[in-house]
Design a protein around this ligand. Sequence first.
Ligand SMILES: [Zn+2]
Length: 364
Amino acid sequence: MKRTSARLADGREIIYFDALDSAPDRRIEDTRDLGPVSTASEIRYDAALDEWVAIASHRQGRTHLPPTDECPLCPSRGDHRTEVPADDYDVVVFENRFPSFSSGAVPLDPAPVQHELFARRPGVGRCEVVCFTSDHDSPISTLPPEHVRLVVEAWVDRTCELSLLPHVEQVFCFENRGEEIGVTLGHPHGQIYAYPFVTPRTRRMLDSARLHRERTWRNLFADLLAAELADGSRIVATSEHWVAFVPAAARWPVEVHVYPRRQVPDLPALHEAERDDFARIYLEVLGAMDNLYGLPLPYISAWHQAPVRIDRELAYLHLEVFSVKRAANKLKYLAGSESGMGVFINDVTPEQAAQALRAAAKPA
Ligand SMILES: [Zn+2]
């Protein structure tokens, strides 16, 4: 693998990950005339829920579903200058031009906070875009395992680097796929958020893990994985180093969690064989999801990594992939119970979902 870092016309960083060590040196020149990046964003404290909310109003103006020949994530060719000033690439990562978090974040409102219950801070952190491939029409589920492995390498690299930034407390690698999920660009890509706080969901999971350890002296997630393996009814796929299963209390009609068999805090802690093996099991899981209704499935794929500074020994790296699609032509909406109260109602039993995915994983 060969890594090349450079700057775009407006100063944002771009990093190329080329599969071959022997790839020719990249000469990068972004000739676009870009205005400065908008970095006005802040986080506001919700005292009722003890959570931070990010407010970044400039995101309203971001590019929304452009036609393919105007895709900003395709390579730059001819007169079409894109976010990637190169005529081809394998995997490329760059800072988002419409970031919710950025290293130079400035507050939306420079006035001092008027009341202690209205705490707010600049949205310091970083948001990056990961282009999985230069081919606009090849979603990650169709890429060869060696290429998915290169994407893993990019996630590892970014997790290491972003963890070193001051103020960053958690690095979140994820992919939103499909217009049903609200994706604004059709090109195969994911994102990385480096948050200036530990996210509420992670905090809650770690609190559960802490209680479990106090009661049992064991790791909660390792016990969950062992229990799923012993039960077997919700296992979707297994490999030498990974296990994919539908969790017993799945919230979504399609939901698969992918755990390494060994407890590690984050992606950089995976060894080579585990990284290779992940590419294979992930393609198997995504293939099963696409076969389920015979249509590319809209999904969210979310890496759960340990926070940068705290509770790393309680955390257990894993991936959660889930979809809003409950039948070929039906979407699950987050309605009253889910959005109002945080109580999910799932119309599909997790055991049925696992069985359907196992069947879909096998080519017809
Ligand atoms: Zn494209």
